[in-house]
Design a protein around this ligand. Structure first.
Ligand SMILES: Cc1ncc(C[n+]2csc(CCOP(=O)(O)OP(=O)(O)O)c2C)c(N)n1
Ligand code: SF4
Length: 350
């Protein structure tokens, strides 16, 4: 998008708890097409990190290849970043997370990057429960290479060239739940109110937090007949619940009617507060989440919201019983206990 962003910011702009303004979480000016859903998602990431008072140097952005994977340039320019090869972001995330468990890992990918070339990597990152946020900016096409159908394009959807997709779509949300992902959500790039608390909750979740965000490609997949266009998505949205995120240590005031809302407590004491639209919605129940998703599909709805969360999630470091100190900070004396200790260990096997 071409617009001028002022370099001078008013010194009295609001600041978050650690003294940063929202501008401190922005990135370079976007070069994506004007109106691209991906830009709206970047803006929500900026907002969520600002509101959570994240220290920018404590976050690492990771992506693959595609218009979506370009977006980390447009947010959090004071954070670490790694733009991987097409579809290979999850293995970079795995290595980085193993080496340094103390950073927040924020992965951004596209439906092409994840559901085709990167599928093998994606499913293993879920299986290992890497502690990261993984956002797919899902436009149902390969935007960067001029709009070919992707594997998430719906059956029967018509692309800009007028051809009908004859293959069934891979539903990344259903797949993630099936594979045991511990946080699964879906949103729409045009729904900032839903997406900001969802991203905050995903960052606080100790494990693989997957968010599928329907993000229309205005240039190649916003035509009549496309099921990922702004018009189609707006007409078919169905939300499970509206959500608030209350970080740990923030005052918790409860003011909602019994039976219409619910609190989900995360490991660190933060709360996800759900204002239920569907009275029986409980995101802790994987079976009902899978059923509800299937029902939505049958009715042609796009189900959004926090669909599933495992509040007992154990991430890769917990599963592997690694030390609390990040592995990249261990020194020789930590790793080599000396000949006396080694002898004692060996004697223990005799
Ligand atoms: C190994 C490899 N194969 C193919 C490509 C070409 N390529 C670049 S981006 C892309 C797909 C992008 O689609 P998606 O991930 O959905 O992102 P979008 O551009 O739609 O946001 C492809 C196939 C590549 N860069 N590298
Ligand atoms: S081609 Fe599509 S996905 Fe890429 S920047 Fe333009 S609108 Fe966005």
């Amino acid at each position: 998008m071409t617009y001028i962003r002022p370099e001078f910011r008013h010194p009295l702009l609001p600041k978050n708890k650690i003294g940063y303004a929202k501008a401190d979480y922005e990135g370079a000016i976007s070069t994506l097409c004007a109106g691209c859903g991906h830009d709206s998602i970047s803006a929500t990431i900026v907002q969520a990190c600002y509101e959570l008072s994240i220290e920018p140097h404590r976050l690492a952005k990771l992506s693959g290849i595609g218009c979506s994977s370009k977006t980390p340039t447009y947010f959090l320019s004071n954070s670490h970043g790694f733009n991987a090869v097409h579809g290979r972001m999850p293995s970079i995330a795995t290595g980085a997370y193993m080496a340094n468990r103390d950073l927040i890992y924020f992965g951004v990918s596209g439906d092409g990057d994840t559901a085709s070339i990167g599928m093998g990597q994606f499913i293993h990152a879920i299986r290992r429960n890497i502690n990261m946020v993984y956002i797919v900016m899902n436009n149902g096409c390969y935007g960067l290479t001029k709009g070919q159908d992707s594997a998430t394009a719906d059956f029967g959807s018509i692309n800009k060239a007028g051809s009908k997709n004859v293959f069934p779509a891979i539903d990344l949300v259903g797949l993630s739940m099936e594979l045991g992902a511990t946080f699964v959500a879906r949103s729409f790039s045009g729904d900032k109110e839903q997406l900001v608390p969802m991203i905050k909750a995903a960052i606080s979740h100790p494990g693989f937090a997957f968010i599928d965000v329907i993000s229309p490609c205005v240039t190649f997949n916003n035509n009549k007949g496309s099921t990922k266009s702004y018009d189609f998505v707006r007409d078919h949205l169905e939300a499970t619940a509206t959500i608030d995120f209350v970080p740990y240590k923030e005052e918790i005031s409860v003011s909602f009617k019994e039976g219409l809302s619910a609190n989900v407590t995360l490991h660190d004491g933060s709360l996800i507060r759900l204002h239920k639209l569907s009275p029986k919605w409980d995101p802790r129940d994987i079976r009902s989440a899978i059923n509800r998703l299937q029902k939505a599909k049958d009715k042609g709805e796009i189900l959004t919201g926090l669909l599933y969360i495992d509040t007992q999630s154990k991430d890769l470091h917990v599963l592997q019983e690694t030390v609390k100190t990040p592995l990249n900070q261990l020194r020789e004396k930590d790793l080599c206990p000396g000949s006396k200790a080694l002898k004692a260990i060996n004697d223990g096997f005799r």
